[in-house]
Design a protein around this ligand. Structure first.
Ligand SMILES: [Zn+2]
Ligand SMILES: [Zn+2]
Length: 341
C-alpha cells in the first residue's frame, strides 16, 4: 500500500491553503480509510483558513463534505467492506452526554468534527469512525451526495426540525448560496411558499427555478416585498443564510409576531437586536448548527427520490482549491463548488 497522498492543509491562518504531499492516514481499530471521490467546498473552510474559527493545532486538513469508497478497514470494524460507496457524517459525538443520549448530537459539547478537530476530506484519503459512514444508494453519484452532510442536511435540520416549517407557510430565505438553495427546495417540499434573496442574478434564477419568488435587495425593497408576499402579516419563518448585522435586522423586521428567525450562517461576530420590537412581538431567534445522522439520512433519501436536487455550480480539481475559494468568496458560484479527484 502507498504511504503518502495528496491533500489540502491549513498550515497557518490568513494564508492560502497548501496543496501537497501528506502521510496517508492510519485508521484506528474502529475506523475506516475512505478514498475520497468528491468533496464540497464550504465558506466555513475559508473561515477556518482565516482563523475565524480556531482549530488548533495546525496543520489541519479541512473538508467536511465528502464522499468516496472504502479503501481499508480497521481490525474491529464490522458491517462494512472494501469498495463500498459511502457518505461521511461530519460530527463524531461523545455518545454519553445528554444531547447525544437524546439524539441531538449536533449540540454535543465534546464533538470532534471531521474537517475541524480531525482531518477532513479535502484529501485523497480520510480516516473516519465506521459509525460516521452512510452507504450511498446506487443511482446516486459521489457528486450528487458530497454536499449533503453540511449544506443539504443543515437546511433539513434548520427548516424541518428547528423551524418546523409547514404547509402554506410564508418562508423567506435570506441568501441563496450553497446552503440557501437547499433551503428553497426543502421549504417548497414541505408545502411552504418561499421568497428568496440574493444580490446575484444567477443565484436568483436558480432559486426561481426551484420554486421561489426571487428578490434582489439591491433593486427592490425587501420589507415592502415581504409585506406584499405575506398580505401584510409578515413571514412565518426566515432562514438567514447570511448572518450579518443587516440580515438579522431585516430578518426580524419581516417576521410576523411569533415568527421564527433561523440563524444558520455567520459573517459578523455580533448581532444587534432592537429590544422593544423584539420582546413585544414574541419573535424567536433560533440557532441552527449542522444535523444529526438521521437528518442526513432523510436528506439523502429525498435526493435519491429526486425530490431535492443538489446544485453544483462549479468543479475544480483539489489542487486548485485556492482558485475555487476566490470564486466562492466573490459569490460568483450558483450552489456548491465540488473539488474533484
Ligand atoms: Zn460547511
Ligand atoms: Zn455528546
Amino acid at each position: 500500500m502507498i504511504s503518502s497522498m495528496k491533500a489540502v492543509q491549513i498550515v497557518e491562518y490568513h494564508r492560502p491553503f497548501r496543496y501537497g504531499e501528506c502521510p496517508l492516514p492510519d485508521p484506528g481499530p474502529q475506523e475506516v480509510l475512505v478514498r475520497v471521490k468528491a468533496s464540497g467546498l464550504c465558506l466555513t473552510d475559508l473561515h477556518l483558513s482565516q482563523g475565524r474559527q480556531r482549530i488548533e493545532p495546525l496543520p489541519r486538513i479541512p473538508g467536511h463534505e465528502s464522499a468516496g469508497e472504502i479503501a481499508a478497514l480497521g481490525g474491529e470494524v464490522k458491517g462494512w467492506k472494501i469498495g463500498q460507496r459511502v457518505l461521511i457524517v461530519i460530527d463524531v459525538p461523545c455518545g454519553v452526554c445528554i444531547h447525544c443520549l437524546t439524539g441531538q448530537t449536533q449540540r454535543c459539547r465534546r464533538l470532534k468534527r471531521i474537517g475541524f478537530e480531525r482531518d477532513g476530506g479535502h484529501a485523497d484519503y480520510v480516516a473516519v469512525p465506521s459509525g460516521n459512514l452512510i452507504s450511498i444508494p446506487d443511482p446516486l453519484s459521489y457528486e450528487d451526495v458530497a454536499t449533503l452532510p453540511d449544506a443539504g442536511a443543515t437546511m433539513y435540520h434548520s427548516l424541518i426540525s428547528q423551524g418546523k416549517v409547514g404547509i402554506n407557510q410564508k418562508v423567506v430565505v435570506l441568501g441563496v448560496g450553497g446552503i440557501g438553495i437547499y433551503g428553497v427546495q426543502i421549504a417548497r417540499l414541505a408545502g411552504a411558499q418561499v421568497l428568496a434573496t440574493s444580490r446575484k442574478e444567477a443565484r436568483l434564477a436558480a432559486a426561481k427555478k426551484h420554486g421561489a419568488i426571487p428578490l434582489n435587495p439591491m433593486k427592490e425593497n425587501l420589507r415592502e416585498a415581504v409585506e406584499e408576499f405575506t398580505r401584510g402579516e409578515g413571514a412565518d419563518l426566515v432562514a438567514d443564510c447570511i448572518g450579518s448585522v443587516e440580515s438579522i435586522q431585516d430578518g426580524l423586521a419581516i417576521l410576523r409576531p411569533g415568527g421564527k428567525l433561523l440563524v444558520i450562517a455567520y459573517i459578523d461576530d455580533n448581532f444587534l437586536v432592537p429590544s422593544i420590537p423584539f420582546f413585544s412581538t414574541e419573535k424567536e431567534i433560533i440557532g441552527c448548527r449542522g444535523c444529526n445522522r438521521q437528518e442526513l439520512i432523510a436528506t439523502l433519501d429525498l435526493v435519491a427520490q429526486g425530490k431535492i436536487k443538489p446544485v453544483i455550480g462549479a468543479r475544480y480539481p483539489l489542487s486548485q482549491i485556492n482558485e475555487a475559494s476566490g470564486r466562492l468568496e466573490k459569490g460568483e458560484v450558483v450552489g456548491r463548488i465540488i473539488l474533484t479527484r
